[in-house]
Design a binder for this molecule. Structure first.
Ligand code: TXA
Ligand code: MG
Length: 351
């Protein structure tokens, strides 16, 4: 299949491209498009056949449900059975934006989207291209991240092209995604809301609005054999570059020393070692026999969040044999960063 790639620089000037994208959606075809979190691979959420194409193009297991993206707050009404008042508060405060709410579904939502669950995940993205595409299509858009299943999520159109070129008809290139990690997934279908996947809207931000919530234990720990999984996405290997990843955790005063020791240990087995460091520690490295990439600043975790996935892909491009990543504090946005890093590392941590 030929893949057409169109660049939107100015949403008004380039509106014809949005219209073109919407035509594909209306015909039941797939369109990759930018959101403020990561690129999404969209299809008409009310068309079961179109939704099945998403799973085929990504190689995604069919028991992993999709997020439905809406263009206006009121569009949620036809998709869910009931909106609790606390959900309403969060929608008013954080939509459009990187917060996904899981609610009891309405019967109009195809089982292909929800993988047979009685709940549906909904989000209203703030990226102008995403928003315009949904409105112009006139239907809600189901969209997982636009990567091959298991790979780091795409934050640039070139990542989508790497993974899906030839498998989908249309890609809208809207530049870099600002948040860089996928949305926070908050399950509000139960009495006590629980974060299933941390993201840019943090636990603290949610609690400021609706009071205490829980965080699923599996955000930072691997699921146990046979355990029932509330968010099916959590059980798969995720965000993995080709090279193995290990995380080094500890006091940042000793971080560089520790990384040097770990790198030395691996140097007998691996040739090309890449260290993912932070601005605070990068200066502590000298002429060691490894390459240092700077993820961002510990003082500003959002910078790390927005670079992480692109750097994991960059490690592949540079033919890394092993990636050693500095861990960050698991508070605020750091929770989302560590959730992704731990999965990329298959939970290999050196403390
Ligand atoms: O930022 C994002 O959320 C991006 C952009 C494109 O919007 N989308 C995204 O979709 O990350 P995806 O498919 O890669 O991740 C969706 C996550 C999965 O972990 C899935 O298991 C969970 O949401 N999910 C979807 N529906 C659910 C449901 N009904 N109950 C529990 N978890 C659900
Ligand atoms: Mg994904």
């Amino acid at each position: 299949m030929e893949t057409i790639i169109r660049v939107v620089e100015d949403i008004e000037k380039d509106y014809e491209i949005i219209r073109e994208g919407a035509e594909y959606i209306k015909k039941g075809q797939l369109v990759a498009f930018p959101t403020e979190t990561v690129y999404g691979l969209g299809a008409n959420a009310l068309d079961a056949g179109a939704v099945r194409r998403i799973f085929e193009a990504k190689g995604r297991p069919s028991d992993n449900p999709l997020i439905v993206h809406i263009g206006e707050i009121d569009d949620i009404n036809e998709l869910v059975a009931h909106i609790p008042s606390s959900a309403r508060l969060l929608m008013d405060k954080y939509w459009p934006g990187p917060l996904t709410l899981v609610l009891k579904k309405a019967s109009s939502v195809p089982a292909e989207i929800t993988a047979g669950l009685d709940t549906v995940a909904i989000r209203m993205p703030s990226h102008p291209v995403a928003n315009a595409l949904i409105r112009e299509s006139g239907v809600p858009i189901a969209a997982p991240s636009a990567n091959k299943s298991g790979r780091p999520s795409p934050t640039l159109a070139k990542h989508v092209i790497e993974d899906l070129s030839g498998r989908i008809p249309f890609i809208i290139d809207g530049g870099e995604c600002s948040v860089g990690l996928e949305s926070t997934v908050l399950d509000m279908s139960r009495d006590m809301p629980i974060i299933l996947r941390p993201g840019g809207i943090t636990k603290e931000m949610i609690e400021d609005t609706i009071g205490s919530i829980e965080v699923d234990r599996r955000v930072l720990t691997p699921p146990m054999e046979g355990e029932e999984i509330r968010s099916p996405g959590m059980k798969y290997t995720h965000y993995a570059p080709n090279a193995p990843v290990v995380i080094v955790e500890g006091n940042i005063d000793y971080m560089a020393d520790k990384i040097r020791k770990v790198a030395k240990y691996y140097s007998s087995k691996y040739k090309k070692i890449i260290v993912l460091s932070t601005e605070e520690t990068a200066l502590m490295y000298g002429d060691e026999d490894f390459t240092v990439f700077i993820m961002g600043s510990r003082a500003e975790p959002s910078t790390i969040a927005s670079n992480l996935f692109a750097l994991l892909r960059e490690c592949d491009e540079r033919n890394a044999d092993i990636i050693i990543a500095e861990g960050v504090e698991e508070t605020h946005e750091g929770l989302a960063i560590m959730n992704r890093m731990l999965r990329a590392a298959a939970f290999r941590v050196i403390k």
